[in-house]
Ligand binder design. Structure first.
Ligand code: NAD
Ligand code: WQD
Length: 343
């Protein structure tokens, strides 16, 4: 019987692109998502784009143990990609318990269900946020950890939980992927990032300014110790990230225990460089205003991505111009996101 890949949070931004890449690589894909921050439409479009159906979609909260048991009983699951979780930093500061409950509680229930059904391979969506304010850049995996907000601490706790699970039973094989700043969209413009409400993140904010949904970009801080005074980040194209997940699935069986990997490009761009690249890609001027720094932001954050290249044979291929062009195509073709097709 063919082993299936179970993708939690597969209807979301990164999960939908990963599902597309997995289907293109020939995998049988089952998705579990409670649609709390996503639309079913994303996966319909993934099926259209790939010409391949999902093996199953289950609208389910990963904290629903009985629901998970039914999914594990129905399919022969070989590996779980765990994307499901809440991700808004500010919201996590305002309502930390919701974040611990959903993210840490969700991971715990999922791991218990996996153990019960003898599934011991996982690829986990972690974040560069676990490094907190880095002592130096580029950031390698051994750098000290110390997230500065509850969202980041949920990722850190889950990483520790995974390490303990692997120590207790070395048959587990877990790949922790620490994403830097995922941006962009599939080049078709059919799937992309569709934040609910006002975007928290830079690229979707710029894209909504470009399309006229928002009037002006606020640049948070113009006095950082960087070349132009604005924050510098390692933006990575979501399709590069998706392909990194395919490689992680393919390599997981050969990687013993717990493997922590940065997924970034290894180079940083400032906020104003992103604005300029987006203007070049779209031909639209982006009005901006430099305002106060945003609490909790760091000046610079970019990855040392060499370990992922050594262990997965993966490196990011797409540059900033392509990230902006693809984000713009998605926004232009879907000014309201999945909007009316979202049911
Ligand atoms: P997203 O919100 O688009 O996707 C998360 C998905 O999980 C959504 O479809 C949501 O409906 C679902 N979900 C949430 N809680 C659930 C639950 N309890 N049960 C079932 N489904 C649930 O976010 P994304 O940007 O695609 O992020 C995916 C993962 O990657 C998250 O774990 C996030 O923390 C992590 N990550 C994201 C970024 C980023 O900048 N986007 C960076 C680093 C790490
Ligand atoms: C990038 C730069 C802002 C919006 C966050 C999470 C991190 C990870 C990725 C999940 C910063 C500036 C932003 C705006 C701005 N997510 N900015 N105006 O903060 O690096 O990382 O997303 O794991 O955990 O913290 O990304 O896109 O919010 O900001 O000037 O309206 O853009 O100050 O310098 P960040 P971001």
């Amino acid at each position: 019987m063919t082993e299936h890949v179970l993708v939690t949070g597969g209807a979301g931004y990164i999960g939908s692109h990963a599902c597309l890449a997995l289907l293109e690589a020939g995998a049988e894909v089952v998705v579990v998502d409670d649609l709390s921050n996503a639309s079913r439409e994303s996966l319909r479009r993934v099926e259209q784009l790939t010409g391949r159906p999902l093996a199953g979609f289950h609208r389910l909260d990963v904290r629903d143990r009985a629901g998970l048991d039914a999914v594990f009983s129905r399919y022969s699951i070989g590996i779980v990609l765990h994307f499901a979780g809440l991700k808004a930093v500010g919201e996590s500061v305002a309502d930390p318990l919701r974040y611990y409950q959903n993210n840490v509680g969700g991971a715990m229930t999922l791991l218990e269900a996996m153990r019960c059904h003898g599934v011991r391979r996982m690829v986990f969506s972690s974040s560069a946020t676990v490094y907190g304010d880095p002592q130096s850049v580029p950031i390698a995996e051994e750098a000290p950890l110390g997230p500065t907000n509850p969202y980041g601490r949920t990722k850190w706790m889950i990483e520790q939980m995974l390490a303990d699970v692997v120590t207790a039973d070395p048959r587990w094989q877990v790949v922790v992927l620490r994403y830097f700043n995922p941006v962009g969209a599939h080049p078709s413009g059919r799937i992309g990032e569709d934040p609910r409400g006002t975007p928290n993140n830079l690229m979707p904010y710029i894209a909504q300014v470009a399309v006229g949904r928002l009037p002006v970009l606020q640049v948070f801080g113009g006095d950082y110790p960087t070349a132009d005074g604005t924050g510098v980040r390692d933006f990575i194209h979501v399709m590069d990230l998706a392909e990194g997940h395919v490689r992680a699935v393919q390599c997981c069986a050969h990687l013993p225990g717990l493997t922590r990997l940065n997924l970034g490009t290894g180079r940083g761009y400032s906020v104003l460089e992103v604005v300029a690249a987006f203007e070049a890609a779209s031909g639209v001027r982006i009005p901006y205003r430099i305002v106060e720094r945003r609490a909790g932001d760091v000046a610079c954050c970019w990855a040392d991505p060499r370990r992922a290249e050594v262990l997965l044979g993966w490196r990011a291929q797409r540059g900033l111009a392509q990230m902006c062009a693809d984000a713009w195509r998605w926004q232009k073709m879907n000014p309201e996101g999945y909007g009316a097709s979202a049911a």
